[in-house]
Design a protein. Structure first.
Length: 216
């Protein structure tokens, strides 16, 4: 493991020790083993959200509205906790959200999370427009990424897909998003408020939580 990866692992361990929330992976221990840094976290028996999406996609069986309601509320609550502690996840995607046998979702892989900053990281398919433009960003970039995850949970398809970063970035900046997908009006509006390209107009996590609790 090179120095960069070692530093990232140590930063993740340090961050996890400070976090105590039902929707964030719990830290257990960390240690160095020769040239490696090892982080031990709680075990999530049902894998990650990407595996769940692929499972439903393989059977053409969409996730029910009741389960979507539960999952989305958990994801919003977890994001509110992070942002309330001035932490930007910076790499929210299905592969970094884990599922326990109690159907509880937990954010993981906080290795590139930081106390709020303007450095740009993340997975191309879930990057916000402001990050693509290499502008300074804030917690609302996580909201955009969450919107992409919610879209994928509902449709079982990525909102911005492709194998070449340039093509993905072009979609993020120019694609007209169709919010009239086959789902409830509530989920459509949550998607709309999450996926506004102008960061200043986009909802933050706390606004999403408020909306989610009042919209039937």
């Amino acid at each position: 493991m090179n120095r960069k990866h070692t530093d990232r692992a140590l930063e993740e361990a340090d961050l996890l020790q400070k976090i105590n929330n039902d929707h964030i992976i719990s830290y257990i221990d960390s240690f160095k083993e020769q040239h490696y840094s090892v982080i031990i976290t709680e075990y999530c028996q049902y894998g990650d959200l990407k595996q769940l999406i692929n499972k439903h996609k393989s059977t053409s069986n969409k996730i029910t509205n009741n389960m979507l309601n539960e999952y989305i509320m958990q994801l919003i609550n977890g994001l509110c906790y992070l942002h309330d502690n001035n932490i930007i996840h910076r790499d929210i995607k299905p592969e970094n959200i884990f599922l326990t046998e109690e159907n509880k979702l937990k954010y993981g892989d906080l290795g590139i999370s930081r106390m709020s900053s303007s450095l740009s990281f993340g997975s191309p398919n879930y990057m916000s427009p402001e990050i693509v433009y290499e502008k300074e960003y804030n917690c609302k970039s996580d909201v955009w990424s969450l919107g992409c995850v919610i879209y994928e949970l509902i449709t079982l398809e990525r909102l911005f897909d492709g194998n070449i970063c340039f093509n993905i970035f072009h979609q993020i900046l120019n694609k007209q998003i169709n919010f009239r997908i086959e789902t409830s009006n509530k989920f459509q509006y949550i998607l709309y408020r999450s996926l506004i390209k102008d960061c200043d107009l986009r909802a933050d996590a706390f606004e999403l939580k408020a909306l989610f609790e009042v919209i039937i």
